[in-house]
Design a protein around this ligand. Sequence first.
Ligand SMILES: [Zn+2]
Length: 383
Amino acid sequence: MLPIKSHQLYQEIILLKYNLIDLLPLYECNTNLNFPSSQVLSSQGAVLPQVNIDRPAPSSSISNSCPSIDIVADLIDLLIEAQQVSNRLKIIASALRSVDNIQIYTDGSLQYDVSSMATMGFGWMVVNNEAFEFSASAILWPSSTKAKMLACLSTLMVVPVNATVTLYTDSAATITGFEKLDEFRNLSARRREKILNFQLWMTVAHIIECKCLTVNMIKVKAHSGDRLNDRADKLAKEVAVSAPRLNIIYMNLPGINVELTVDNLTLETSSRKSIKTLFEAHYFSQFLNLHRNADIKLLTEFHHLNWSATSFMLNYNISANDTASTSFTQHRLRSFKYKIFSEELLTLSRMRRRRPDVYPDDVCRSCLMSTESQFHFWKCPSH
Ligand SMILES: [Zn+2]
């Protein structure tokens, strides 16, 4: 028995799909497994390494002896899907090509549009030259941390090779993530997937590695009167609905060989967990479709059943000992609860239906008044 939560994944996907109809034609129909085939990354002919799924990505062997705008532009083309966004990033990258110490104020925000659809807006501006600012939006798997991360990630795309970048952000989670990037790189694919926004962190790690960047993070207090921070904040809030969307093509990252997609939308969660949730939802649906559960199914469809509470009640264990899967007490109690729940208690009326030869009548032995049915079991005056 599973909580209704299992359906949330489906629901989220369907909602997303509904809001993404304008975006879908941009994608080609292809299979879920896209193995990157020998992508040439730079003008020096370095090829991105391909890694098996259960091994951490090896260090890149790309030499950065000659700072080149080509690596920067190639990385933008490799990772950014929308032409409009990548062109804007390339223009800024080209203007910043000779600056090796860059300071950038970043911010991102999570907003809800008129249809209550969450959208993320993010923006940044270069302190060295405030004329250079960038903003974009994103809607998949929204969170305010993700918006702030996307802001930082997109700054790394425009800075030149070997640069020192100082990023100002008010997101403590993003700063912690950058601090733990080395640790993250060495994790196996399986452990990495457990980290929130792992595909974004892989993108960040890949860009830093390819470009040999030194990144310093500085925490600014939100709404503290810092002029540039307030400007970044305003930019992020203004663009959430209007700015072009930034989607990252994760399949072009080394180390990601499998991507789970639903109608070409990448699942940005652990693939193991997603598959588990989908199977749980599948079994739950099979259970509801059993003939004997017709009533329960109807109640579920009309939202009259709180499945989280029901599941808690059915699987609740009284003592710590009972949580053991081998506990007989727990097994008996649980099967009793399930029988009550699905009206399968062995009452006389049920027994008589099965073996009329053994049970000649089904009158309740306690009150000798009416049939001992599932309902009477609880209503019997003699109990
Ligand atoms: Zn009775």
